[in-house]
Structure formats: C-alpha cells, structure tokens
Ligand binder design. Structure first.
Ligand code: UN1
Length: 507
C-alpha cells in the first residue's frame, strides 16, 4: 500500500456497510446454518438461514404461479423490467463490485468487471425482448403456411458457483425473465451474501416496474441438499447449473429422468498454444491474465500452456519473472492482482497437485503459501516433461503447466486430450496455423480464440463448452432458445386438406 493511501476498513465492517448500502436487511436473514465468510481474512461476516426442502418446494410453486402471469406479459414489456434492473445495477455497481471483492476475494477491477458483465447482459436481453422470433418456412401443401413460434417455458432454476457469484446468475436470469420464465436461484453456499445484494437491487427494479407478478426472482440458500431439491422439482422446467463436473454428473441424470432442460457449465482444463510467429509481449500479457487472474479460479482459467520449442526459453523466462513479481494481497488494495483462494480446501488441492507434478518430473516455480490471515498463495508455474498427472485434471488454483512442442498438429492433439472442452486459444501470426486451430479439425472447445487468452469472454457470444464441460450455452448468440419452448405451426385456411408426403386417406 502506498504511504498516502487510506487504511482499508476492517473486512466485516466493510461488508456490513456495503450490504446495507445495497439495501439488504441482514436481520431478516439471520440464521445459524450458512456462515458467510470473507476469504480476505477468513472471518465470518454473517450467518444465514438455510432453506428447507419444504421451503424450496414452496418457492418453486410460487415461481410457477408467477410464470402463469408473466407469460401473458408481452416480451418487450418483460424487457422493460430487465432494462430497469440494468439501470439499478449501474447505480449499485461500486457497492456490488465491492461485495464481490469481499465475499469472493476478487480484486477491485474484476469485482467491478463482474457487475459490468451483469449490466451488459441486461442490455443484451432488453434488445432481445423484441427479437424472440421464429422462422416462416416453405410448406409443400398448397394454401398452407408453416412457421415456428417461441413461448415461455416455465420456472428456471439457477445453481451458481462462488467464483462468479453474480454474473453467471444474471446471464441466466436476464434471458429467462425476457423469455417469460421466473427464476429460483441457489447460489454457492460460499457466497450467500452477494446473492442477497443482487436480490435487493432487483427488488428496486421491480418496485419501479410496478405491476410484475410476485416472486419473479427468489433466492434459496444452503448446500447440495437445497440444490438437489431444486433440481428434482417437477415444476422446474429448465435448470442451469455451473460448477464442477462431479456436480454435473449428479444433476444431469435427475433432469434427464424427468425430461427437464439442462444447461450445464461444468469444469474446464483450458489450454493455450504459443507458436513461433507469436507476438511474445502480447502472449505474455494474455497468458498472465488468463492464468493468474481471479487467482486461477475461473472456469476459463488458463491451466495448460504448449509452447513451441524455438521460443520456449524466451517465453518461459519472461513468465517466470512475471510469476515471481505479481502482487498478491488484499484484493481491495490498489495494485493487487492476486487475491486469496476461496478456502483452505482450495489450497489443499493446489498443494496436492504441485506435489504430484513434482513426482511426475515437473519443475515447480512459485506456489508457496503467503503468510497472512486467509489463504493466499504465490501463483505456480510448472515446467512439465509431458502432459501427465495433475495436468490432465482441473485444479481450481493458480497453477500453469507448461509443455514444449515441435509440431502444431501434435500440440492441438494434446490440447484436445483432456476430458473438459471449455476454452482454448492460440498465439500465432501465421494464418495457416490459426485457421487450422479454429477449423473442424482444430480445437474441440466451445471457445477457441486467436491472440487473446482463453478467459475473459464478453457476453455477446454463447458461453459454454463440450465433453465434460457439459455442452450448455449461456449468455449471447441464440442461447435464449434454451429458456423457451418452440412450437411449429402449420396453418390452413384453404378449402382443401392435402396430406404431407402424398399420403391419401379419403373417408
Ligand atoms: C466462470 O468462470 O464460471 O469468460 C465464468 C470469462 C468470464 C466468465 C467466467 N466472462 O472468464
């Protein structure tokens, strides 16, 4: 901290003041089962009440009643609610961003960036509310017309993770609400307070909107059991779940058994390839942000780096310097780039992965625990002899494994040789290489970038990935279709009834 900067307020005071500035009534939440901790120093800020399974059921039933009304409201009018919410988020941006920093441990700029991502999807959804259109399709039958129409689907359940405690809910909620679907949200039990902050801001938009049905957005709190009750509820028509692949494996069969829609955004083990023609300065910056940003706790975090052997020494040397000098500390402090890990379990996972990497012949630079309250680490750069051991799985911590390659086809094969398929990128100025990377025989991920890192997507594109990442798509492009039901309509006002495919059935 520079000598003239004001000292930071105590974590708990800061969090309580931020919550009340957002309009959260903490007394109304007080309970004994969901402790809300700040990873900044591990302190408990408040303890909330867990939702019981019976209360989850009641919440979904209320949401379903809201659905029966909300689906009658014209979509552009539904968009007006989301527009107002975007305005309220603009007004609340500093406080909500601060709360994200306090509860998820993000550095200030990333906390604010997450709220900006909410604002962006609100703008997108507002425009979309006038664009929920289907096709008119040529019909083989004279005098007939065929078209498709899109209709509200039902209650949308959202299960979100600690690492994007507000934006991921908003990608889902903003689209769901314009599509006509009320939302029931189970945030991570590691970040219950940001959910309350968001709900308080949403209620301001609801008050300005005036005549919305009650219970368009509800928050339920607690652990896996609460999530399980939401997933199993027959009136949850679409369920969006973000988290580990293990969580997805538990959720997906339950949704499949009752034929509910699933939007799964699960693990990632994201890679980047650095080719000989790459702009190394630019690659270094792209890699540093993608690998160390959010302390390696994004689902899009860069975890595996394949560097061409001709430039490997130059790039790895610069990366080592960046890793050794990146400022780690209180995320609220100006200049900090790496905040804390979310909890002790995250550190245990990191330590286990580094020990295993060493046993596989990996050379570890960094990765030490930083001595201060909370769980702070130096980011780790690991030179691996080949892609083995912990490199093949996602460890939610700032570890970047580096492997050298000679042939691009081999590097692409290595990058695709993991279970997850979320995000990827190539740094190269050779168009033959970059076109190969984004082609049918290139990266098998849902996100494939050129000369930017794999993380930090904007909301206009569809977000999600293949294989064990779960296949769901959220946010931009045509992701909205997952929140609506499509009807194909064939209309006939002619005097004849010709059957399709030339079938005759004359009675
Ligand atoms: C996540 O980590 O769950 O592309 C979402 C990114 C962010 C979203 C990450 N816009 O890194």
């Amino acid at each position: 901290m520079n000598a003239h900067a004001r000292p930071l307020p105590a974590v708990r005071d800061d969090a309580l003041a931020t919550l009340s500035a957002l309009g959260v009534d903490l007394a109304a939440l007080a309970g004994a089962d969901v402790p809300a901790r700040s990873p900044i120093n591990g302190e408990v800020i408040a303890t909330l009440r867990a939702t019981t399974p019976a209360q989850v059921d009641a919440a979904v039933e209320r949401a379903h009643l809201a659905f029966l009304d909300w689906r009658r409201v014209p979509a552009p009018r539904r968009g007006e609610l989301v527009r107002l919410f975007g305005e309220e988020l603009r007004a609340a941006k500093d406080h909500l961003g601060r709360l994200v920093a306090l509860e998820a441990g993000k550095v200030t700029s990333e906390g604010l960036g997450e709220v900006q991502e909410m604002i962006d999807i609100c703008d997108f959804a507002t425009g979309l509310s006038r664009q929920l259109h289907g096709l008119t399709i040529a019909t083989e039958r004279p005098g007939h017309r065929m078209m498709e129409t899109w209709h509200p689907l039902g209650v949308c359940g959202v299960i979100s993770a600690f690492n994007f405690p507000v934006a991921v809910w908003c990608w889902n909620a903003a689209l769901a609400l314009v599509c006509g679907d009320p939302v029931v949200w189970k945030p991570s039990e590691k970040t219950p307070l940001t959910a309350q902050g968001v709900q308080a801001v949403f209620e301001k938009a609801l008050a300005r909107f005036g005549d919305a049905p009650a219970h368009l957005s509800q928050v339920i709190q607690g652990g896996a059991q609460v999530g399980a009750a939401l997933v199993a509820h027959p009136k949850v028509a679409v369920l969006s779940a973000t988290g580990s692949t293990a969580m997805g494996r538990a959720v997906a069969p339950v949704l499949a058994a009752r034929f509910a829609r699933a939007i799964l955004e699960l693990g990632g083990n994201n890679a980047a390839i650095v080719a000989p023609s790459a702009d190394l300065e630019l690659a270094l910056r792209g890699i540093a942000f993608s690998a160390m940003g959010t302390a390696g706790q994004r689902c899009t975090t860069l975890r595996r780096l394949f560097v061409h052997e001709d430039i490997a020494d130059a790039l790895i040397g610069r990366l080592k310097a960046a890793y050794a000098s990146v400022p780690v500390g209180d995320p609220r402090e100006a200049g900090t780039l790496l905040g804390p890990l979310i909890d002790q379990a995250a550190y245990d996972g990191m330590k286990a992965a580094l020990t295993e990497a060493q046993a596989c012949g990996g050379k570890v630079h960094g990765g030490e625990r930083v001595d201060r309250p909370g769980v702070y680490v130096r980011p780790a750069l690991v030179e691996m002899p080949s892609q083995t051991g912990p490199m093949l799985r996602e460890t939610f911590a700032p570890i970047l494994y580096v492997v050298r390659y000679r042939d691009l086809t081999e590097a692409i094969a290595l990058q695709n040789a993991t279970a997850a398929g979320l995000a990827s990128s190539i740094f190269s100025n050779d168009v033959r290489e970059t076109e190969l990377f984004i082609s049918d025989i290139g990266s098998d991920c849902g996100i494939a970038n050129v000369n930017i890192g794999p993380s930090g997507a904007e909301i206009g594109g569809a977000f999600g990935g293949e294989k064990e990442t779960g296949g769901g798509r959220e946010a931009g492009s045509d992701s909205w279709k997952a929140y609506m039901r499509r009807a194909t309509n064939t209309l006939n006002y002619s005097r004849d009834l010709p059957l399709a495919q030339g079938v005759k059935f004359d009675v």
